[in-house]
Design a protein around this ligand. Structure first.
Ligand SMILES: Nc1ncnc2c1ncn2[C@@H]1O[C@H](COP(=O)(O)OP(=O)(O)OP(=O)(O)O)[C@@H](O)[C@H]1O
Length: 253
């Protein structure tokens, strides 16, 4: 049996106090992600996607329910434990790259390892390996301002991967990229998933980006609405995604 990297059980998230304009962002969501899966999260605006991602990424606390990551219940962890857990077990790719401008591409990728106190002689080979996987070996000595948006995002992907996290979490990772760079990032992510078994979960409103995933969870009004699996071509999956979004009453999220 495959190991579960994410196990979400009946998670609820309410904002505000009961009776005082309380908003229900998540209303009892349950699902699991197994090691080596590439899962997309979609749904209309305000459906709870970001809240779900924040709860799984330990940045926000669930009001109720249990979230386990790589076998650890994060809902009972203290703040300082959470920040260690986050830096060791999770990798993030955000829409706006989040690279540090005054560090080189190499130093940006090395950052999660430097912060964990990994000796620099061990850092070099790891950075070179992920850079090679993501096709950015030639730009390691450059600075973020000197490279393209697509290269920046592949650098962010390398940084998310370098410490071998249990899962990579993406928040609209292609949101700031043109279609060519988006495709090359998604192909790189697909290769990581196919060839190295890296587990990935990404929130996206873009059906084309979502079609690279192997499974998609649709959320509506804080609840799981539907789940689909890719069984044939990416093109067929793309059409299936559009159909579900049409059923949700919107193609925008
Ligand atoms: N800090 C907050 N305080 C109060 N309500 C919030 C807060 N954050 C989110 N919400 C509410 O929770 C619900 C879910 O929001 P969330 O941001 O998770 O949706 P989303 O699906 O990510 O939307 P979008 O696609 O527009 O980013 C919405 O009704 C939102 O207004």
């Amino acid at each position: 049996m495959k190991t579960q990297v994410v196990d979400v059980k009946n998670v609820k998230k309410f904002y505000g106090k009961k009776g005082e304009n309380q908003s229900i962002a998540l209303n009892g969501v349950s699902f699991s992600i197994h090691e080596g899966e590439f899962v997309g999260i979609m749904g209309p605006s305000g459906s709870g996607k970001t809240t779900l991602l924040n709860v799984i990424s330990t940045l926000d606390h669930a009001t109720d329910g249990v979230v386990q990551i790589a076998g650890t219940d994060i809902t009972i962890m203290k703040q300082d434990q959470l920040s260690d857990f986050r830096s060791q077990k999770l990798g993030f790719i955000f829409q706006d790259f989040n690279l540090l401008d005054n560090l080189s591409i190499y130093e940006n990728i090395a950052l999660p390892l430097s912060l964990q106190g990994v000796p620099s002689r061990e850092i070099g080979p790891k950075v070179k390996k992920v850079a090679e996987t993501l096709g950015i070996s030639a730009i390691l000595s450059k600075y973020p301002s000197e490279v393209s948006g697509g290269q920046k995002q592949r650098c962010a992907a390398a940084r998310a991967l370098v410490h071998e996290p249990a899962i990579i979490l993406g928040d609209e990772p292609t949101g700031a990229l043109d279609s060519k760079n988006a495709a090359s990032l998604l192909e790189a992510m697909t290769n990581l998933n196919d060839e190295q078994g890296v587990s990935i979960m990404m929130v996206t409103h873009d059906p084309l980006s979502a079609s690279y995933c192997r499974r998609i969870l649709f959320i509506q009004d804080g609840e799981l609405y539907k789940e689909i699996h890719r069984t044939s071509t990416r093109d067929a999956f793309y059409k299936e995604i559009l159909d579900v979004l049409a059923g949700l009453g919107t193609q925008k999220a």
